[in-house]
Design a protein around this ligand. Structure first.
Ligand code: GUN
Length: 295
């Protein structure tokens, strides 16, 4: 058996076209585009690529983007000063501090300082709390992109057993929360899953994963998921982007995994493009929230 490819790149293009139309309407209604401000600290090569991709995607969608570069030696206070300045700039609708930050900077303090109404990553405790209560304002970009992809491929999650490998604040934890809810922004058929969240201390991880109808690998270890961990016919979503001597590699051993899975995302061209795409949607959403009249 050979799995069907889940074409994240193609689905991203489709969503970006829809976003562009909504952005044009926003500009017609408000006379100005949504604005995203990205803060890039230091010169981590991967972060530079991610930020460049975000800038290009913004330009395609008609969203204005600003890049605020700070030196690698910046302190928590230096970065906080920039975040506060952006919070207080009415024109800026969305703020994104690219992670990881240099070691000397306290990421928690910095992310907590972002105005929750401008928190397009949905990392602020206010937004995380709303997600956990099933009434999100913003959804984190990667998990949201995954739900969009499943929906658009006709793969419902309701009643399904889902295994998420990795408990990061960016992907694993919010993904597990979102799929276990009663409802989602895409309807109850894209929630209502029975979710198991596995991590580095999980015992019998392979046998837990092997029972999942939908397996989401977000652990950041190259080729971690081997065919014995995949239920025949399962949907396998690979969030990993690992730079190795062999080039970019996912968390799933793709060549052998595709022989067992029913559906599988490639790396690159799977989940990655969707993350950028959902950031555009969140920026538009932030602009809409901020342009509402205060009553
Ligand atoms: N670094 C890796 N992924 C992300 C993300 O989704 N948002 C931010 N801000 N930084 C990241």
């Amino acid at each position: 058996m050979s799995a069907k490819l889940l074409d994240g790149k193609g689905i991203s293009k489709e969503i970006q076209k829809e976003t562009k139309v909504k952005v044009e309407q926003f500009i017609a209604d408000h006379g100005q585009p949504p604005v995203l401000a990205a803060v890039l600290v230091g010169d981590d090569p991967a972060s530079q690529v991610y930020v460049r991709n975000k800038e290009r995607a913004c330009a395609r969608a008609g969203i204005e983007s600003q890049l605020h570069r700070l030196p690698a030696t910046s302190t928590t206070e230096d970065i906080l000063a920039k975040v506060i300045e952006l919070n207080e700039t009415p024109k800026v609708n969305g703020i994104l501090v690219q992670l990881p930050l240099p070691e000397q900077a306290d990421s928690r303090v910095i992310l907590d300082a972002i105005d929750p109404q401008k928190d397009v990553d949905a990392f602020h405790p206010h937004n995380v709390g709303l997600i956990s209560q099933g009434r999100p304002q913003f959804l984190p970009c990667t998990p949201h992109g995954i739900v969009q992809m499943l929906k658009r491929c006709g793969l419902e999650t309701t009643g399904k057993s889902v295994c998420v490998i990795g408990r990061s604040d960016i992907v694993g934890k919010p993904m597990a929360m979102m799929l276990g809810q009663k409802n989602s922004n895409l309807g109850p058929e894209m929630a209502n899953a029975t979710v198991t969240l596995c991590h580095s201390r999980t015992q019998n991880l392979a046998s837990i994963a092997q029972q999942a109808d939908i397996l989401i690998a977000a652990i950041g270890r190259p080729n971690f998921v081997t065919p014995d961990m995949i239920k025949p016919g399962a949907v396998v979503v690979d969030v990993g982007i690992n730079r190795t001597d062999q080039g970019l590699v996912g968390d799933v051993d793709f060549d052998s995994g595709k022989e067992v899975a029913g559906f599988i995302t490639p790396v690159p061209g799977g989940v990655g493009p969707l993350t950028v795409t959902m950031l555009l949607e969140n920026t538009l959403m932030a602009a809409m929230i901020q342009s509402k009249p205060i009553v």
